[in-house]
Design a protein around this ligand. Sequence first.
Ligand code: CUA
Length: 303
Amino acid sequence: MLDPAGTAAAEIATLFWWMAAGSAGVWLIAVGLGLYCARGRRLPQPERFVWRLIVGGGVIVPSVLLVVLLFFGLRPLTRADAASFGAPTVTVSGEQWWWRVRYTRPDGTAVDLANELRLPVGHRTEVALASDNVLHAFWVPALAGKVDMIPGRATRLVLEPTKIGVFRGACAEYCGTSHARMDFRAEVMSAADFDIWLAGQAADALPVDNDEARRGAELFTWHGCGACHAVRGTTAAGTIGPDLTHVGSRPSLATASMRNAPAEMAAWLAAPERTKPGAHMPGFAMVGDADLHALAAYLTALR
Ligand code: CUA
């Protein structure tokens, strides 16, 4: 938050430092006066001086300070409100407990992703925030302030990153058992890299090229995974769970700290509860180790 990499976050960090300095000043004056009263020589003061001290130090100075603070505190808020929103280019929906991320490309086509947000540096990206379940709050501290996702209400956020890098994102509103596991990576890339990445994500899944993964693809269909998950380019078109078209290319699995590799994928499929208590994904331990590993080989090959 105090190492901003976006315009909105920079404004919040500046406000924080001014407020911290202001409160430190007020604290020093108050403590100084307290010490003076406790230990200073107690000379009788003329009544006019005492009256001025009370009106000046007790009414005028705090009123002026509070109005100034209010002005600077409200400025970032009103600016965000007044921002001219165009069509949102990204829609992020809070799910239990993951993030559904939908990019709308300039030609109007949509690309669905999960738990992964990438942004081009130096561009304003308008993000629509939604939830159809409980309250979540979308927060990438290095890029902007947090904004709630409220069922039945549309909220928005403008992200304008100024630095290339990987930043941590989190859910900032307690939303249930796996609230703390809703962390994610927000990656800021050069505009050219971003375009290449998004074009790759928009493409259909390529056929997998080894026997175990091919068997995994058959098992994926056989066990009915496509009822909840979509893999574009195949018959799987479910929308309840994350889109898995390029799940193997994601930097992490389920939470930001979990490696996206075959062993972790197999463990996740066997018992999602162990990583994310309360997740809607059922465990598939009953299919046996060999099938779990084939499924994991298939999913991690979807790049
Ligand atoms: Cu979602 Cu906390």
